[in-house]
Write a protein that binds this ligand. Structure first.
Ligand SMILES: Nc1ncnc2c1ncn2[C@@H]1O[C@H](COP(=O)(O)OP(=O)(O)O)[C@@H](O)[C@H]1O
Ligand SMILES: [Mg+2]
Length: 232
């Protein structure tokens, strides 16, 4: 379980995260929703150690990780799919996936686990193509595949549906559902696409101006008016 306790974050003088607290449980999809600029990406970067936390704590599997470096968090089983994907355009699909294995050594670090190609068959078909030659949706699948290659117990995704065609959004949704259903992974999904979030969420959180302003069960999102809170 991931436990976030009273997290505060600033960029210069602006207070970006204001006392954010929540939990992400194994076997569940936790969806964080909120309009542009409310601090969602900043929160995820704080969880990954990509920006230093100014106040509060983050613990994972019972240990405080607030001061750990990003690669130490990856070692601890946390994987992050950044907003905008950030794949390596000049490397092949296979090479991109191999980059995801940096947590391992020896034989495990040298071959892409077959499971990744089972989850995303298109990556197998395209494994010798350059990442930059893939469509936006395929690049998103590649970014998720790369994150999964390190066999994480916590998967963090930042707006995976942004700018992607509906057929691939559906495939990504099925993969997330499958991973949550396996029961050995916690998933934190940041989304602005309400219908996608509502379909996947076990738990939802709504963020506004750096605060969690509403939370509840995924099944109650519609009746609790979340659509209106995040409509653009
Ligand atoms: N590197 C940065 N330096 C200064 N301000 C930033 C930086 N990154 C984001 N911000 C500001 O912090 C706020 C939250 O941004 P962000 O976390 O990206 O929001 P979201 O992901 O919800 O759209 C915004 O007002 C944004 O302009
Ligand atoms: Mg963002």
């Amino acid at each position: 379980m991931l436990q976030v306790n009273e997290l505060n974050q600033y960029y210069g003088g602006s207070h970006i995260l204001r006392g954010v607290s929540f939990e992400v449980r194994v076997g569940e999809v936790t969806c964080l929703l909120g309009r542009n600029g409310v601090g969602k990406t900043t929160l995820l970067k704080s969880l990954m150690g990509l920006v230093p936390v100014k106040g509060g704590s983050v613990s994972w599997q019972g240990k405080t990780i607030t001061q750990r470096k990003p690669h130490q968090r990856v070692q601890a089983g946390i994987a992050y799919v950044p907003q905008g994907r950030e794949i390596f355009p000049r490397l092949t699909v296979e090479e991109n996936l191999l980059m995801g294995l940096s947590r391992f050594s020896g034989r495990e670090a040298k071959a892409v686990p077959d499971e990744i190609y089972q989850l995303f068959p298109v990556l197998k078909e395209m494994k010798l193509r350059r990442g930059g030659d893939l469509s936006g949706g395929q690049q998103q699948q590649l970014a998720i595949g790369r994150a999964l290659a390190c066999k994480p117990q916590l998967l963090i995704l930042d707006e995976p549906t942004e700018g992607i065609q509906p057929s691939i959004i559906k495939e990504i949704g099925q993969v997330i559902r499958h991973l949550a259903g396996r029961g050995d992974m916690a998933i934190l999904l940041v989304e602005q696409f309400y219908d996608f979030a509502a379909e996947l969420a076990d738990q939802y959180l709504v963020m506004s101006r750096g605060e969690i302003v509403q939370r509840g069960h995924g099944s109650a999102m519609e009746q609790e008016g979340v659509r209106g809170l995040v409509a653009i």
